[in-house]
Write a protein of this length. Structure first.
Length: 288
């Protein structure tokens, strides 16, 4: 497959996710209009849609159409966006711009941004449950909803964000840094393979392989994020990250090693995992 084919695939999948999000989110004309407007503002501003694209790629391993996991894919993007809105609040990182536009709390006010986050999280659970019901009934609903909750909770995004806010200045080793990022950033990458794998019924041995793959690309994503971070706030400049720990050259090599490890995990799937390989390569080579 050529680079043009890969770019076309990623663009098509992003367009599919964007259209699905637009269709599923409540209209800004529906009460509470300001909250719904803020939800749409935050979600539809753009973004790489990497987590839902990863979700769709896992679904494709079973030969099922994208619709088999599309609700869950959109739900994971809602959670990701909600975490960014929270991250930008003045009480957190006090962000000013996100995805090329003023942060949600700046455009709509802090209280509306917080309510928008709650609305997005609620919808994420609703859509994930709906996807589970369509694919397998009550037991599958329970499994995928639990998995989403774990990704969001204190063992996932909440725990990682807490460490980032309170302890990241004092992280003294690459290992400690990796543990934080496995929660803050990696948890949603794991959910993006485990939830669709459950929805399409992949066997446990394949799920474990995908988990190892997701851990590698989740960490690689964060390494490249640190390499690309040229707009750090004064607070961020004091935080430990892969560049401050390793230097740019070693950090770049670490990202390459992680993506190579992700590729090795996909070898048992053969050509059917080509889309997952391209997602991994995008993580390594991305410039935004």
């Amino acid at each position: 497959m050529t680079s043009a084919d890969v770019a076309s695939y990623l663009a098509q999948r992003k367009a599919l996710v964007d259209m699905a999000l637009d269709a599923r989110l409540p209209a800004a004309s529906v009460e509470p209009r300001r909250v719904h407007d803020a939800m749409r503002y935050a979600v539809l501003a753009g973004g790489k849609r990497l987590r839902p694209i990863l979700t769709l790629a896992v679904g494709e391993l079973s030969g099922q159409p994208p619709e088999a996991v599309l609700d869950a894919a959109c739900a994971l993007e809602l959670v990701h966006t909600a975490s960014l809105v929270l991250d930008d609040l003045p009480a957190m990182d006090n962000g000013q711009m996100r995805r090329g536009q003023p942060c949600t709390h700046i455009t709509f006010s802090e209280d509306t941004a917080i309510l928008a986050v709650m609305g997005l999280v609620a919808l994420a659970f609703e859509w994930t449950a709906r996807n589970g019901e369509a694919q397998g009934g009550a037991s599958l609903v329970s499994a995928v909803v639990r998995r989403l909750a774990r990704a969001m909770g204190t063992a996932g995004i909440v725990g990682g964000q807490h460490v980032d806010l309170r302890e990241s200045h004092d992280l003294s080793s690459e290992h400690d840094l990796e543990l934080m990022y496995e929660q803050k950033a990696g948890a949603l990458f794991l959910a993006s393979v485990e939830i669709p794998a459950a929805l399409v019924g992949l066997p446990p041995c394949q799920v474990q392989t995908l988990v190892r793959f997701a851990r590698s690309i989740g960490l690689a994503f964060q390494v490249t994020d640190d390499l690309l971070d040229e707009q750090a706030t004064p607070q961020d400049a004091l935080k430990s990250n892969f560049v401050t720990q390793l230097g740019r050259k070693r950090a770049k090599r670490r990202a390459e090693e992680l993506v190579a490890a992700a590729h090795r995990e996909l070898e048992p799937f053969g050509e059917s995992a080509w889309a997952l390989r391209e997602v991994a390569d995008f993580v390594k080579s991305r410039t935004v």
